[in-house]
Design a protein around this ligand. Structure first.
Ligand code: AMP
Length: 495
C-alpha cells in the first residue's frame, strides 16, 4: 500500500500542548490580571481586517510582512500583523461616545511573513494595551512603567528599557514641507540607520530612485530662471518659451514637457531637502546612551539646527515620571535612533530587551501614535499610545532566566483507585481536590500502582493519591509526595 504523505504545520507556526501551552496560558493570565488591576479592560478584534487599514499609516517594516490576499468576493484583506490599528478602528466605529481616556488590553494571535528562526515566528501571540485620549507625559510614563512592571509580575528581572522620541525628527520633516513619500522614506531611513541595517551612503543611493531628478542641461538652465517664481507663473513662462523655440520638445506636447519639468525641479528641490534632513537625522540617530548624557547631546544638536526643544523636554519629563513610578533603578538607555519601523508613531517610543534571550531579545515595544485616529477616518485627533509584547518570547526569556512558572506543573495530583470497587470513591476524592483548586488527573488505564507512580514521575506530577475501598467510610485517602516518597493520610477536612 502506498504510504500517505503527512501534512505538516505551516513554517513559522507552532503547536502548543501540555506543559508548554500551560506555561503560555499562565503568563497570559498573570499579565491580564495585572493590566486589569490598572483599569485596562479587554477588547477583542477580528483576525481579518481590510488591507487598507494597514496601508493608511503602516509604512515600512510591518506592512511589507503582512499576509494580504484577495478573498472570493474580491476584497483585499489581511491577517492582522498587530492590534493597534484594529483597536483604533474599533474605537472610531463604536467608541467615540465613550468618556476618555479609555484603557484597553488585548491578547491574541498575529501574523507576519518573517524568516522563521528561534524567537521569530510567522504566527505568534501579542498581549498589549492601548491608552486612548491622553496627551500628557503621565500617560507615556504609565504605559512604559506598566510594560516594565508587567514583566516583573511574571518573574522577569534583568530587562533593559530603551527609550526614544520621534518628535524631533518629525518636526524637522514638517518644517521642510516634504511630501508624504519623502517623509516615509526618511522614517524608514531612521530605522535602517539605527538598526545599522544600511549605511548612510546606501540610503542616499536609494534616494536617487525614490525621488528621480535627472535633469538635462537645457532643463537645468530653464529651471534656474524659474527658481523664484510661483508654480503657476513658472508654468506660463515655460509655456511661452517653448512656443517661441524649436528647442528640446522631442515631439512632445508643450503641456507635457512643462508638467514633467516642474515635477523634476520640485523633486530636485525636495531631494536637496531630504539630503539635509538625512544628514541631521544620521547625527541624531547616533545619540545613544545613559539618559542625562544622551539628552544633553541631543539638546546641543537640536539647538544648533534651530529646532524646537519641546520633544526633548517631554522625554526628560517622562524619564522623571518613570522615577516617580519607582523605575529609577531600571536599566534605561536613551536611543534617538529608535524608530520602531512603523510610520504611525509620533512621539515617545520604547522597547524592552532581555539579555538572556539568545537571538530575538526584544520582549516588548510601543509608543505614542497621536496621528493614527485621523488617518483612519476620525474627525478629530485622539492622542493615544500603547505597547505589545510577544508571549512566546516572554516564555522563552523566563525559561532562559531559569525562573520556574507554576505552569511547569501541568497537573497537581494523579488519583489512582487501587481496586475497581474503589473507583467511585476515587472519583469523589478527585472532585473534592478539584474543588480545593487543584488540577487533578484520574487514572483511566486501570494500571498497577507501580505503573502509575512511574507515569507520575515521568509527567512530573508532584502528588499521587492512592484510594482504597476501606478508606471511604473514614473519609480519608493516602497522599504520596513524589519528591520525598513520603505518604500521609488526608481527609476531606484537611486536604
Ligand atoms: P512589534 O509590534 O514589532 O513591536 O512587536 C511587539 C512584540 O511582539 C515584540 O517585542 C516581540 O516580543 C513580539 N514579536 C514581534 N515579532 C515577532 C515574531 N516574528 N515572532 C515572535 N514574537 C514577535
Amino acid at each position: 500500500m502506498k504510504k500517505a504523505i503527512s501534512v505538516e504545520r505551516v513554517k513559522g507556526t507552532s503547536d502548543q500542548m501540555g506543559a508548554e501551552r500551560a506555561a503560555v496560558r499562565c503568563i497570559q493570565g498573570i499579565l491580564q490580571d495585572f493590566l486589569a488591576s490598572y483599569g485596562y479592560l479587554e477588547i477583542d478584534t477580528p483576525v481579518l481586517e481590510h488591507t487598507e487599514l494597514y496601508l493608511r499609516k503602516g509604512g515600512g517594516g510591518v506592512l511589507s510582512k503582512t499576509y494580504a490576499f484577495t478573498d472570493q468576493g474580491g476584497r483585499r484583506l489581511s491577517l492582522r500583523p498587530e492590534f493597534t490599528a484594529s483597536v483604533m478602528r474599533a474605537y472610531i466605529e463604536h467608541g467615540q461616545g465613550l468618556p476618555l481616556p479609555l484603557r484597553w488590553q488585548y491578547c491574541g494571535p498575529v501574523f507576519r511573513y518573517e524568516r522563521p528562526q528561534q524567537g521569530r515566528y510567522r504566527q505568534f501571540t501579542q498581549l498589549g494595551l492601548e491608552l486612548l485620549g491622553s496627551a500628557s507625559p503621565r500617560a507615556d510614563a504609565e504605559v512604559v512603567a506598566l510594560a516594565c512592571r508587567a514583566l516583573e509580575a511574571v518573574g522577569l528581572k534583568h530587562y533593559h528599557l530603551v527609550l526614544g522620541h520621534l518628535g524631533t525628527a518629525l518636526q524637522l520633516l514638517e518644517s521642510l514641507g516634504l511630501s508624504e513619500r519623502a517623509k516615509t522614506f526618511l522614517l524608514l531611513a531612521i530605522d535602517q540607520l539605527s538598526s545599522k541595517e544600511r549605511k548612510l551612503e546606501e540610503i542616499i543611493r536609494d534616494l536617487e530612485e525614490a525621488i528621480p531628478v535627472r535633469v538635462s542641461e537645457e532643463e537645468a538652465k530653464l529651471g534656474a530662471s524659474l527658481h523664484s517664481l510661483e508654480p503657476a507663473e513658472a508654468q506660463l513662462m515655460v509655456y511661452g518659451l517653448l512656443r517661441d523655440s524649436n528647442g528640446f520638445t522631442g515631439g512632445r506636447e508643450p503641456e507635457e514637457i512643462v508638467g514633467r519639468l516642474l515635477r523634476k525641479l520640485a523633486n530636485r528641490d525636495e531631494k536637496k531637502r531630504v539630503e539635509q534632513a538625512l544628514d541631521f537625522v544620521a547625527q541624531l540617530c547616533r545619540i545613544k546612551g545613559e539618559p542625562a548624557k544622551a539628552l544633553a547631546r541631543a539638546k546641543a544638536l537640536v539647538t544648533k539646527a534651530n529646532l524646537d526643544l519641546n520633544p526633548l523636554m517631554q522625554l526628560a519629563h517622562i524619564i522623571q515620571l518613570l522615577g516617580e513610578h519607582g523605575l529609577e533603578g531600571a536599566n534605561i538607555t536613551l536611543d534617538f535612533g529608535l524608530a520602531r519601523g512603523l510610520a504611525y508613531y509620533t512621539g515617545m517610543v520604547f522597547e524592552i530587551y532581555h539579555e538572556r534571550l539568545a537571538k530575538e531579545r526584544q520582549l516588548c515595544g510601543g509608543g505614542r501614535y497621536d496621528g493614527l485616529a485621523r488617518a483612519l477616518g476620525s474627525a478629530r485627533d485622539i492622542p493615544a499610545l500603547g505597547f505589545a509584547c510577544g508571549l512566546e518570547r516572554v516564555k522563552e526569556a523566563l525559561e532562559a532566566a531559569g525562573g520556574p512558572t507554576q505552569s511547569n506543573l501541568p497537573v497537581d495530583a494523579l488519583v489512582v483507585s487501587r481496586t475497581p470497587r474503589a473507583y467511585a470513591y476515587a472519583l469523589r476524592v478527585a472532585d473534592f481536590l478539584r474543588g480545593a483548586g487543584k488540577r487533578v488527573e484520574m487514572d483511566t488505564k486501570e494500571r498497577s500502582v507501580r505503573a502509575n507512580l512511574e507515569y507520575a514521575g515521568r509527567r512530573r506530577i508532584p502528588q499521587v493519591v492512592l484510594v482504597e475501598e476501606g478508606d471511604a467510610p473514614r473519609h480519608r485517602f493516602l497522599v504520596r509526595d513524589m519528591e520525598s516518597g513520603e505518604e500521609r493520610y488526608a481527609s476531606f477536612g484537611t486536604a
